[in-house]
Design a protein around this ligand. Structure first.
Ligand SMILES: Cc1cc2nc3c(=O)[nH]c(=O)nc-3n(C[C@H](O)[C@H](O)[C@H](O)COP(=O)(O)O)c2cc1C
Length: 283
């Protein structure tokens, strides 16, 4: 085997290595020679292996490119401002609730049911405050469209909002620099809490979520229709709710009753004339 001035192929080199190895290890030189003589066979086998490996690789690339990646499910968008045709032109009231053990939700629904009967020409929508917006920006976008809203908000764990009000509360309390952007909104807030949870020697009502929201709504331009109601679970929160509701109805009457409507709040006094019964003796 000659390795001349021309560049030696890798097979030439291999042949030299095999021949010298076979010598070194005392193998029969005919083994090395056989290997060298079957160069053609080795070349053919190498080509076959390369082609096979190539085919397998192409097959896998083709299979993986044919499969579409699995798309994550799109989030369910909750439409909050959906008007049917018959709703158009009616006054709308949104009743929000932030609750942990559903008392606030119960009050919100009870109020809305009673209000629907009192004001048939208005629309009352009870809304879990978490479902009001899927993104924080939507809170702003949707609240701007509200003209009348009532909030029932409970307080938990040292003056914290409920789980379903946490996202709204964070967004609302962190956005004080918004200015007076809620000028079209009239509102009322009822708080659900318990005086037993007074912490850090603060006055109880300074810590509760609903009072914070009430003050911020006012600061940001919204107008009270009724003062904040302080429901105290320690004393009888149902009575507090009833008392607040009695303050609310006259204000809602002004806003939601049609001019020619007598209204459910107006007590009905039957005008029964007095008669004097005279017994006439027939002759
Ligand atoms: C574990 C726990 C923590 C509470 N933390 C407070 C609190 O820090 N401040 C407060 O005023 N009321 C607190 N409360 C009272 C609730 O706000 C009150 O019971 C309210 O009516 C619950 O309303 P909900 O049923 O709508 O969640 C707490 C109640 C529980 C059970």
């Amino acid at each position: 085997m000659q390795i001349g001035s021309e560049k030696a192929s890798s097979l030439d080199l291999l042949s030299v290595v095999v021949a010298s190895l076979s010598d070194g290890y005392g193998l029969d030189s005919s083994t090395g020679n056989a290997f060298v003589e079957n160069r053609l066979l080795i070349v053919v086998l190498s080509i076959v292996i390369v082609v096979l490996v190539g085919c397998v690789a192409i097959f896998f690339v083709w299979r993986s490119s044919g499969r579409k990646p699995v798309e994550p499910p799109k989030p369910l968008v909750v439409k909050t401002q959906m008007d049917t045709k018959e709703d158009q032109g009616k006054k709308k009231v949104t009743v929000f609730f932030g609750t942990q053990t559903r008392t606030a939700e119960g009050f919100a629904k009870a109020l809305a049911e009673e209000a629907k009967a009192r004001y048939p020409n208005a629309i009352f929508k009870v809304m879990d405050i978490d479902e009001y917006a899927t993104e924080d920006d939507e809170y702003e976008e949707n609240l701007k469209k509200e003209s009348l809203a009532l909030f029932f908000l409970a307080t938990y764990g040292d003056g914290e909002p409920t789980d379903n009000a946490a996202r709204f509360y964070k967004w609302f309390t962190e956005g004080k620099e918004r200015g007076t952007w809620l000028e079209n909104l009239q509102f009322g807030v009822f708080s659900l809490g318990n005086q037993q949870y007074e912490h850090f020697n603060k006055v109880w009502h300074d810590e509760i979520v609903a009072v914070v929201v009430d003050e911020l709504l006012h600061e940001q331009g919204a107008k009270h229709i009724v003062q904040v109601g302080l429901g105290d679970d320690d004393q009888g929160i149902e009575d507090d709710f009833s008392a607040w509701r009695e303050l609310l109805w006259p204000e809602l009457d002004k806003l939601l009753q049609d001019e020619n409507e007598t209204g459910a709040s107006t007590p009905y006094i039957a005008a029964i004339p007095e008669y004097r019964v005279v017994f006439v003796k027939l002759e």
